[in-house]
Design a protein around this ligand. Structure first.
Ligand code: SF4
Length: 508
């Protein structure tokens, strides 16, 4: 055996911190190229507008070195540790990697949102520095350490699926049944990572690892699939896109930019299959350490971003939230594009839960919701003169169970991302209120519309506190109108039919 290579603790810490800062504001170029091509092909105006927001946001983040999304993710690290390497540290590998996470998330010039809670079943206390990460280490032959770093959004991670199939069950059927049930909370377009085989936990790990691979569906299709796995990838890619779900679930031609598959042998009695989506805020980077020092990733060229600059739609209606009336809310139709102006409240899971608890105890609420709009958001902390950090919408579906309570308090408008459930849609129709959606993954762009922000209640909840934002021309789409018409149900059906009838994907 040759000489051992020493990997210094500081090299690993600095490289991980650098990679996490990097992926918070630089999309991988393969994602940007694939999304740019999809934007060009897209014929659904709503989906095209959403993609333009994601692309414009991406470029702004690359320029401004601020996070692509307000959810800066849970950190996943895969280490392939060469057997001839030794870590020069008296700490555990988990502790060393977590130190990299801590530094990245508390970086003074680009502080990232701490989203990790300890004691998950009970107190759910925020660890304040986004640690611990989820670490996987594999011992491999060689003199180097290969590192994959990813920051996985909660919205997409929440949609992970697993099925212990019978050996003869169809993977294609399961995927096509499951993807529509995942709704839009995973902020498509993105990729689906699919793990086939192994055991339950191995299949999920394979699915996550598959998402670390480069997007190459376009190249694969151009050269033609040669293996069963490649044929399965192409089949799933075509069939998932034919579902018509589209960007943000608004109906359109691109739901996925690629399907990634990893396999492992399994027991003859079963066929474990896992599927994990990656969202608009696809964030991962890869580097190698060889003992010579830390690894710093190269800055991408800004001119590689597609020349797409989102601007408010001229057909969009301007809305004055300070003088909002029920009659105006009732005049909005599903699919309308609005530009919001004036004051709105914010609130998400923890604030809603606290309101519920206070009402149960008969305590007075600190905020009057009558006639107001609430935005489901947990922003990144501001830096250097910002009013607020990136502040895109969180998944509204999680607030479904509180909607009855909130409209009972006089709330008129809800703003978030992804679909509302059947029961909530009915409540919206009964009370003649509305649910509007902003684009998930366009958080920095949305934050530019926020001109003032102040905490009005529950300050101890940190990013989950209730703020009042004053906004100027914040772009949203009417997702459920006062009659209960639901864009997320209706639009994919329209686009599924158009794709089939007009052969849109074949021509693309
Ligand atoms: S793009 Fe959507 S799913 Fe992804 S991190 Fe942002 S809000 Fe979450």
């Amino acid at each position: 055996m040759g000489e051992m290579v020493t990997i210094r603790e500081t090299d690993l810490v600095e490289s991980i911190a650098d990679a996490l800062q990097y992926i918070s504001y630089f999309h991988p170029m393969d994602y940007i190229r694939a999304l740019g091509a999809a934007w060009e092909r897209e014929q659904s105006p709503a989906a095209k507008d959403a993609m333009a927001q994601v692309l414009t946001n991406s470029r702004m983040c690359a320029e401004g070195h601020r996070p692509i999304c307000q959810d800066t993710g849970i950190v996943n690290v895969f280490l392939k540790w060469g057997q001839n390497c030794r870590l020069d540290s008296d700490k555990s590998m988990q502790e060393v990697v977590d130190e990299g996470v801590r530094r990245a998330y508390n970086h003074p010039e680009n502080k990232l949102r701490a989203s990790i809670v300890a004691d998950p079943a009970f107190t759910r206390r925020n660890t304040r520095d986004n640690t611990p990460c989820v670490l996987n280490v594999e011992l491999v032959p060689g003199d180097t350490v290969a590192v994959d770093v990813a920051a996985k959004g909660g919205g997409s991670e929440n949609k992970s699926k697993f099925k212990m199939m019978n050996p003869s069950d169809s993977i294609v059927d399961w995927v096509l049944e499951t993807v529509p049930q995942m709704g839009a909370g995973w902020c498509p377009p993105g990729q689906l990572g699919i793990g086939i085989g192994g055991t339950a936990e191995k299949a999920l790990l394979l699915a996550k690892e598959a998402l670390m691979e480069e997007i190459d569906m376009h190249e694969l299709k151009a050269r033609g699939a040669q293996t069963d796995t490649e044929r399965l990838r192409v089949e799933l890619f075509d069939k998932v896109n034919a579902l018509g779900i589209g960007a943000q679930g608004l109906g359109g031609m691109t739901t996925v930019l690629d399907i990634k598959i990893k396999e492992w042998p399994c027991h003859a009695a079963g066929k474990p299959v896992a599927m994990i989506p990656n969202c608009s805020a696809t964030r991962h980077a890869h580097f190698t350490l060889d003992g010579s020092g830390p690894s710093f990733l190269e800055t991408p060229q800004l001119d590689e971003w597609p020349q797409v600059t989102w601007a408010p739609d001229r057909a969009a209606k301007r809305v004055d939230l300070d003088h909002l009336t029920p009659a105006e809310v009732q005049s909005w139709k599903h699919g309308d594009r609005l530009l919001l102006n004036g004051a709105m409240l914010t609130g998400r899971d923890a604030a809603h839960k606290r309101i519920q608890d206070m009402l149960a105890k008969g305590e007075p609420l600190p905020v009057d919701f009558r006639g107001r709009a609430i935005y489901y958001v947990g922003p990144v902390d501001p830096v250097m003169g910002e009013v607020v950090g990136p502040a895109g919408p969180t998944t509204a579906t999680r607030m479904d169970k509180f909607t009855d309570m909130m409209v009972g308090l006089g709330l008129l408008v809800m703003i978030g991302k992804a679909e509302r459930g059947q029961g909530t849609t009915q409540i919206i129709a009964e009370h003649k209120v509305a649910y509007l959606m902003a684009v998930g993954g366009a958080a920095y762009l949305v934050a530019r519309a926020i001109k003032e922000a102040r905490v009005v209640a529950f300050e101890d909840l940190g990013m989950e506190a209730i703020y009042e934002f004053r906004v100027k021309d914040m772009p949203v789409t009417v997702a459920v109108d006062a009659e209960g018409n639901n864009v997320h149900q209706l639009a994919p059906l329209v686009w599924r039919e158009r794709i089939a009838k007009e052969g849109l994907l074949e021509r693309a």
